[in-house]
Design a protein around this ligand. Structure first.
Ligand SMILES: Cc1cc2nc3c(=O)[nH]c(=O)nc-3n(C[C@H](O)[C@H](O)[C@H](O)COP(=O)(O)O)c2cc1C
Length: 190
């Protein structure tokens, strides 16, 4: 049996964003983690316009090539990790738009979050995402990785330096996600 495919989705799209460096760190850990076949997906590269499909996504009748490509990309994965910033006490609009584009492609699949921001460490972004992915029929993990005061985890030349303990937190998240992706229950409390 081939390993489950994990997509690590970079949610932020603005120039100068910190998301890609954080996602690269998480991706490197995921590549070392036995069990997943992992790929990075960058919403800035996917380049979806604001939802412009005339039909509800539940029907899977896409008129635009960008929607069909996005559908194919997402369909290929068995589990997802969204790397999401906190914007105005929620998650960013590009992430919501990317989720809204599709329906069946997400359904029934486990999802976890790496949230980052200021004092709230992206917690409000992650909290706001949970009902959205639940509405899509996804299975959100109860735990998440949080990065507080994200600016302080970056060197002057733009490298992400995870705080002590963050690697363990990310590996624990991958362990739980893999268990769910393989149809086994996650550990109850971490
Ligand atoms: C539009 C905007 C709104 C923000 N709102 C919040 C916020 O409500 N809470 C917070 O902790 N950080 C907030 N921040 C700080 C971001 O979380 C931080 O700048 C982070 O690096 C943004 O992710 P990005 O660099 O990948 O775009 C905000 C940043 C932006 C650009």
């Amino acid at each position: 049996m081939s390993p489950p495919k994990l997509q690590i989705i970079i949610g932020s799209t603005r120039p100068g964003r910190r998301g890609p460096a954080i996602a690269a760190w998480f991706h490197a850990l995921a590549l070392k983690h036995p069990g997943f076949d992992t790929e990075l997906v960058d919403l800035a590269e996917v380049g979806l316009p604001l939802l412009d499909e005339p039909h509800p996504p539940q029907r899977g009748r896409y008129e635009h090539e960008h929607s069909r490509r996005w559908s194919e990309t997402v369909s290929a994965a068995d589990a997802y990790v969204f790397v999401v910033p906190e914007y105005n006490h929620s998650f960013n609009a590009a992430t919501k738009n990317a989720l809204d584009y599709l329906a069946r492609e997400w359904r029934g699949k486990p999802v976890a979050f790496v949230g980052y921001g200021g004092v709230a460490a992206g917690a409000r972004a992650v909290q706001a995402l949970v009902p959205v992915v639940t509405a899509l029929g996804m299975v959100p993990l109860s735990g998440a990785v949080h990065i507080p005061f994200v600016r302080l985890s970056f060197t002057e030349d733009g490298r992400f330096e995870p705080a002590p303990g963050l690697d363990d937190s990310a590996t624990g998240l991958l362990d739980d996600l893999l268990r769910i992706a393989m149809g086994r229950p996650a550990t109850p409390v971490r």
